[in-house]
Design a protein around this ligand. Structure first.
Ligand SMILES: Nc1ncnc2c1ncn2[C@@H]1O[C@H](COP(=O)(O)OP(=O)(O)OP(=O)(O)O)[C@@H](O)[C@H]1O
Ligand SMILES: [Mg+2]
Length: 476
């Protein structure tokens, strides 16, 4: 059964719809045919009943008045003719005697009928139904009539519905033929109609099939499409937009990546080639190796960061929220960067406190990326401030440093992958630190903001992290 259902579901929509149309049409035609057949049958029974009661009334009238019984008996043939149907039955019988007239060509035993009394009119409702041995329906009535001489005569009239039954059988066959014809016609017409109706769908499939990576900007045309398909086309086109955007980003990303790796690899190769050009002292090799090691570490960090960013988009569910104490975190990060800060004569201070529900590892990473930038890009001898406060339903964390002014145009690009503002100092970085900060904030349903307040001749550069309170995981 399930295999059959599977095959049905796998059949073409056109075929399925055509079959369903045809079945519905068949059902309707069958119902109408059945109704008409029944109405016709009822009508025939009614007419048969009128016929038999009419005959009884006729004989009753005739005999109760001037027509003597012996004349009637002498003319039996006349009655036989009057009956019209070869198989109809007519019995005249004086009460308690053998029948005087018994017209019954097929010798069908008449049904047992209680006769209508002399003084009662003959009503069609008194007709008695019966059946011959062959199953042909009978309609019979019997009535008493008082003759001129005072004798009581019983008249029985039975109509055998042979012709009616034949007609009904023929009619039934016609109904069946009509049902079959309706099924075939509607199935064929339905198939044709559905084929035409589904043409836009096929056109859409053809258009969609033509879309390849290099034609991702192609869109399915909404023009002339039926309403039902419009929404599908809109969704499909929107999906193409998203895919195209992702594809463009990926293309850009891999190009950037290749560029990013190519330069240091080229430099490494150059250095090695120069070193191999002639024999060198052990010290020279050591210097070369340690310089290469530094470069390789940088490449490895870049690769690791790129991988992190690639994974971060799907990592929402992998976050391990736990409570962190912000003062402790500030302490930890300032301790970590103390050495580097001292090299540039910078002072690191922090203020404010609070608790935050975050993925601790990612939070530390975001914070240290900001502090690393501050330590790297701040003016020598200036102060770096870490600050936290509660702003409405958010916990705000800021890293502030003094440095050369950053333009609005640059601020907008800082969080892009591989972006580095064109200053001589920034050539050390890979331009991924802030992209990672933004990815981490997105994972926490938070936001990151970069501002630059001019304080001539320098500027105050502020990076703000906004964490929602309570953390998204704890809202539900
Ligand atoms: N505190 C800051 N002050 C001034 N400029 C900054 C500051 N932080 C970031 N920038 C600018 O933004 C650019 C991008 O920063 P980002 O952290 O993304 O990359 P990076 O520091 O160059 O490299 P990475 O962090 O990957 O080692 C930097 O190159 C720098 O020009
Ligand atoms: Mg950085």
């Amino acid at each position: 059964m399930s295999a059959l259902a599977q095959r049905w579901h796998a059949a073409s929509l056109t075929l399925r719809s055509a079959m369903l149309f045809a079945l519905v049409a068949t059902l309707v035609v069958s119902m109408v045919g059945g109704y008409l057949y029944n109405a016709m049958r009822q009508e025939m029974l009614h007419r048969s009943d009128l016929q038999v009661t009419g005959r009884i009334e006729y004989y009753r009238n005739m005999l109760s008045r001037q027509f003597p019984l012996d004349r009637l008996i002498a003319n039996t043939g006349l009655f036989e003719n009057m009956l019209g149907n070869e198989q109809d039955i007519l019995i005249f019988q004086l009460q308690g005697q053998a029948p005087l007239i018994n017209v019954n060509p097929s010798s069908i035993p008449p049904p047992l009928i209680t006769p209508t009394p002399v003084d009662k009119p003959q009503l069609p409702s008194a007709v008695k139904a019966g059946e011959t041995a062959q199953g042909i329906p009978l309609r019979g009535v019997s009535a008493l009539v008082k003759l001129e001489d005072g004798g009581i005569l019983q008249i029985t009239v039975v109509h055998v519905m042979v012709n009616e039954q034949k007609m009904l059988a023929r009619y039934l066959w016609r109904v069946i033929a009509a049902v079959i014809a309706a099924f075939i016609t509607i199935a064929l017409l339905g198939y044709w109609v559905m084929q035409r109706a589904l043409q836009p769908l096929r056109r859409m499939a053809t258009e969609a099939a033509a879309i390849a990576p290099h034609t991702l900007t192609t869109r399915l045309s909404e023009q002339g499409a039926p309403q039902e398909l419009q929404r599908l086309i809109i969704s499909f086109n929107a999906m193409l937009d998203r895919i195209n955007e992702g594809y463009q980003r990926l293309t850009q990303f891999s190009a950037d990546l290749a560029h990013e790796i190519r330069t240091p690899v080229g430099a490494l190769m150059g250095q090695c080639q120069v070193a191999l050009y002639q024999p060198r002292s052990v010290e020279e090799y050591e210097t070369l190796l340690s310089s290469n090691m530094e470069e390789l570490e940088r490449i490895s960090r870049t690769i690791e960061n790129i991988l992190f960013l690639a994974r971060a988009t799907h990592a929402q569910s992998a976050l391990h929220y736990r409570s962190v104490d912000l003062a402790t975190e500030f302490q930890r990060v300032t301790d970590y960067f103390e050495g580097l800060a001292e090299e540039r004569n910078l002072s690191l201070v922090y203020e404010g406190q609070g608790q935050l529900q975050v993925d601790a590892m990612l939070f530390q990473r975001a914070l240290s990326n900001l502090v690393a930038n501050a330590v790297r890009y701040a003016n020598e001898g200036s102060q770096i401030t870490l600050r936290t406060s509660r702003v409405q339903d958010k916990q705000l964390i800021q890293v502030i440093n003094q440095g050369p002014p950053v333009t609005q145009a640059q601020l907008e690009k800082l969080f892009d992958r591989f972006y580095r503002a064109e200053t001589s100092r920034s050539s050390h970085g890979s331009g991924l630190g802030l992209s990672i900060v933004r990815a981490i904030m997105t994972l926490h349903a938070g936001e990151v903001l970069a501002q630059c307040h001019a304080q001539p001749p320098d500027a105050e550069i502020i990076f703000s992290l906004f964490f929602p309170l309570p953390a998204p995981e704890h809202i539900a």
